[in-house]
Design a protein around this ligand. Structure first.
Ligand code: ASP
Length: 344
């Protein structure tokens, strides 16, 4: 071989090595698929949708330049099929990923939007460490005109790959905005801009230019609950209040074994006289009662409602997640009131 040829070979080898180094230097993001509209094609609303595997959802032009993405199909179900038992399993899977893959920058979870806020808040309260968990979904099936899944997934991967996302806990990415899991809620049954954080706004805007956090300091509370060996959570039911509501539902869920009740109360957590009487009976039996509001936003003061605990600005479904976890630690109303106060 001539000396010139040798140098060409060497240069090629070096370029190849640099390329593979650049490849491996890209952030590693793992996507865990659980189903929902984002993982469907066809008539999701008419009940004849086809499931799309998560690896197919990741065939998004340009995603390779953002991160090296791996995937797994953890579940492929509507979000109404995901409850406390699945939350615990999902926690274990993500915790295991973080343990076994120190190279991982963050995890994305694809999820149906209907109950995404509950799963995300549960993960926020229970996943340890500072690496990002980003939950995303879509309002439109993958083959519908204007499908929002690819953009949401791309932005979720962007957010998970960004070092600035560390220490911010679990977040929800929808419609170019990143929300804290604690604050976000689904506010509209059909529109793509359905996710809002009524009292606090988005944590960041995400677009092809990057991830733009409102606050430079992450400020996340550490994981608050250790799920240990739990395979289910204590039963907590949500009960609506409305003019004329009687005590039947309250008494029924207490008889069914509820350890906690959350009210979607009127205004600042108000109940009817019959419901209040039933609450007193429930409290006498050791049931913990939290008052939230059916208004969609605003606060119910944590400490000022007699035997019941106010949810602060946690909506009823978020208050239920927090109360279920609090009940794994204690049945003492004073301590649970403090847990709610600490989460404002
Ligand atoms: N029914 C769907 C779900 O939550 C809705 C969605 O994903 O938008 O699984």
């Amino acid at each position: 071989m001539r000396i010139q040829d040798l140098s060409v070979v060497l240069v090629c080898a070096l370029v190849g090595q640099t390329a593979s180094l650049a490849q491996s230097a890209k952030p590693q993001v793992h996507v865990v698929g659980t189903g929902g509209t984002i993982g469907s094609a066809g008539g999701y609303w008419t009940g004849n949708a086809t499931r799309v595997p998560v690896e197919d959802l990741l065939k998004i032009p340009g995603i390779d330049s953002v991160a090296t993405v791996t995937t797994e199909q953890f579940l492929n179900v509507p979000s109404s099929a995901i409850g406390p038992v699945r939350w615990l399993e999902l926690n274990r899977r993500i915790s295991e990923l973080f343990r076994s893959r120190p190279d991982l920058q963050g995890v994305v979870v694809t999820h149906g939007t209907d109950t995404m806020e509950e799963t995300a808040y549960f993960l926020d309260l229970t996943i340890d460490g500072d690496r990002a968990v980003i939950v995303t979904g879509s309002m439109r099936p993958s083959n519908m005109a204007g499908a929002d899944g690819p953009a949401n997934l791309m932005n979720a991967v962007r957010a998970a790959a960004d070092t600035a996302s560390r220490g911010r806990g679990t977040m929800v990415l929808m419609d170019d905005r990143l929300f804290s899991a604690r604050d976000v809620t689904k506010t509209n049954s059909t529109r793509v801009e359905t996710f809002q954080a009524p009292e606090r706004g988005p944590a960041a805007i995400v677009d092809p230019e990057g991830v733009f956090y409102r606050s430079k300091s992450p400020g996340r509370r550490a994981a608050q609950f250790d799920i240990g060996e739990l395979v289910d959570l204590p039963r907590v039911d949500i009960i609506y209040s409305y003019p004329g509501a009687d005590s039947v539902v309250v008494d029924a869920v207490v008889a069914a074994g509820a350890k906690g009740l959350v009210f979607a109360g009127v205004g600042r957590g108000g109940l009817t006289g019959s419901q209040s009487a039933a609450v007193r009976r429930a409290v006498d039996k050791g049931v913990i009662v939290v008052a939230s509001t059916r208004t969609g936003s605003g606060r119910v003061p944590v400490g000022t409602r007699g035997t019941t605990i106010g949810s602060g600005d946690l909506n009823p479904q978020k208050a239920r997640v927090l109360l279920s976890l609090a009940l794994t630690r204690t049945n003492d109303a004073t301590q649970i009131r403090k847990i709610f106060a600490d989460n404002q």
